[in-house]
Design a protein around this ligand. Structure first.
Ligand code: 4AD
Ligand code: MG
Length: 459
């Protein structure tokens, strides 16, 4: 029976026989002995297999190349080599799938850019092994965090008729013939489309999430999100995953409390449960990463009003590409300056100008700001966006009218304010931005298995 390599190195008994299977990462061969590093994805280092001439098919080993799939039977022994506790003394090695010298992931280091062009193979490299193990573990930790707190997990729709963020970044979903759609007043008649109306891929599960919060108190969504925004940056993807909790009977301060607890929990989780991969990131991706994350796990996050943030930026003496004045939507350069230089850690910016935020945010008494919050972190910038929601029907309708948002398509959202409306708040955490933050990886394309960005959807 096959044993996963991570189990073998953690729980294997010396002197006992085991069978493992995986892919050859490197191989050193001499006439009498061969050393093979075998990796099955279950951990970073894999295991060193030592095959001496006595192994039945020693001759076959000569045909083994980096990337080949093999099955090995052998005895677990203490390793005399430095840097590893165990190795497997092979009694039999079987080549399952050969790989020749054209396999692109030979030993030398490759640029992340090159590896993106072989996204079908890069999971077999050390860096991407670590990234995608971390990503998988974090996804599970996120579910644990909310389960431990009694939040209901709700699956909000992927196909939707409403643009929650109002930024017009919906990808269309249609079955109309693009060459000759049925027309109404010289425009495509979406009334004849599959759903009988204009639909697209969701930009956020929030609006539907709110409806569930108004029944289950505390809920969260965790699913794919799509935005057709044409921004080719290292932090934007056209398809990304978002976690959106929503709490009934909660205000902005409760919202920030939850976000802070959540991020700290995930920092601790990564350090404790993904220690081997985190140590790898620290060594090869960002020096001092673990210390940085440890500080975040222990720190109280700073909370700063938007108006104070503008003040701090204006007094910084830095000349930004986007000049700073009250009303400005903070750009990455501003967000990074605040978190990296002003605070030196994560910080919440609270109470943004209403003109730069979405229609559903709760209007503050001052008449010019809304109860919004963004969590900014060093290097990545905005990682969380959230708000207390406008629960007062008249004010919500008034704001929609000001922004020219039609009431009719959102009738169901408005009705949630008609019966049993209550203060509620929530936020969205960009999952890829979290993985970037915790791994030190600097491009969002390198924390998504198969990234979708403008002009890129090949694999
Ligand atoms: O700030 P955003 O747009 O907020 C919302 O969508 C709200 N409906 C959330 C809520 O209150 N329930 O997006 C939330 C987060 C951002 O802070 C960022 O981390 C991530 O989603 N994000 C992206 N990540 C990758 N690529 C993109 N194009 C992203 N746009 C937003
Ligand atoms: Mg935002």
């Amino acid at each position: 029976m096959r044993t996963r390599i991570s189990n073998l190195t953690a729980h294997g008994k010396p002197g006992q026989g085991y069978e493992v299977a995986g892919w050859v990462r490197s191989i050193r061969i001499s006439k009498e002995i061969a050393f093979i590093t075998l990796n099955d994805g279950s951990n970073l280092p894999g295991i060193q297999v030592v095959a001496e001439q006595g192994v039945a098919n020693f001759a076959d080993i000569g045909r083994l190349g980096t990337g080949a799939a093999v099955r090995v039977s052998g005895t677990l022994v203490e390793s005399p080599a430095a840097g590893q506790a165990w190795e497997l003394a092979a009694t039999e090695i079987r080549i399952i799938g050969a790989a020749d010298e054209t396999f692109p992931l030979q030993k030398k280091r490759h640029s992340f850019e090159y590896l993106r062009s072989i996204a079908h193979l890069r999971p077999r490299s050390n860096t991407f092994g670590a990234v995608f193990r971390l990503r998988s573990r974090l996804a599970q930790a996120i579910h644990s965090f909310f389960a431990e707190r009694g939040f209901l997990y709700v699956h909000t729709p992927i196909i939707t008729a409403s643009d929650c963020e109002g930024a017009g970044e919906l990808f269309r979903v249609t079955t109309l013939d693009p060459a000759s759609p049925p027309l109404l007043d010289a425009r495509p008649d979406y009334g004849q489309d599959f759903f009988g109306q204009k639909t697209g891929l969701t930009v956020s599960g929030q609006l539907e999430g709110e409806l569930f919060a108004l029944a289950f108190s505390d809920i969260y969504t965790f699913g794919p999100t799509f935005r057709a925004e044409n921004s080719n940056t290292a932090r934007h993807a056209s398809e990304f995953w978002m976690i959106e909790p929503e709490m009934a009977f909660a205000n902005l301060s409760d919202d920030a409390d939850l976000a802070e607890e959540f991020v700290r929990y995930l920092c601790r989780f990564a350090l404790e449960e993904c220690a081997e991969d985190m140590a790898f990131f620290d060594r090869h991706i960002e020096n001092g990463l673990q210390e940085r994350i440890r500080r975040v796990a222990e720190a109280d996050f700073v909370r700063m009003d938007y108006s104070d943030a503008i003040d701090r930026l204006q007094r910084s003496g830095v000349s930004f590409a986007y000049p700073v004045e009250w009303g400005l939507d903070l750009q990455t350069e501003h967000e990074r300056h605040l978190s990296e230089h002003v605070v030196g850690g994560p910080l919440f910016i609270l109470n943004y100008p209403r003109e730069i935020k979405a229609f559903y945010m709760r209007q503050n008494e001052d008449g010019r700001t809304v109860a919004a919050m963004d969590l900014l972190v060093p290097k990545v910038g905005e990682i969380i966006g959230g708000s207390q929601r406008e629960e007062r029907l008249d004010l919500l309708e008034q704001r929609m009218a000001e922004l020219g948002i039609a009431k009719e398509p959102l009738w169901w959202y408005l009705e949630s304010r008609r019966w049993g409306s209550c203060p509620h708040a929530g936020f969205g955490l960009g999952f890829e931005r979290l993985v970037m933050y915790l791994s030190g990886m600097e491009n969002i394309r390198d924390v998504i298995p198969f990234p979708r960005t403008p002009r890129h959807a090949e694999f």
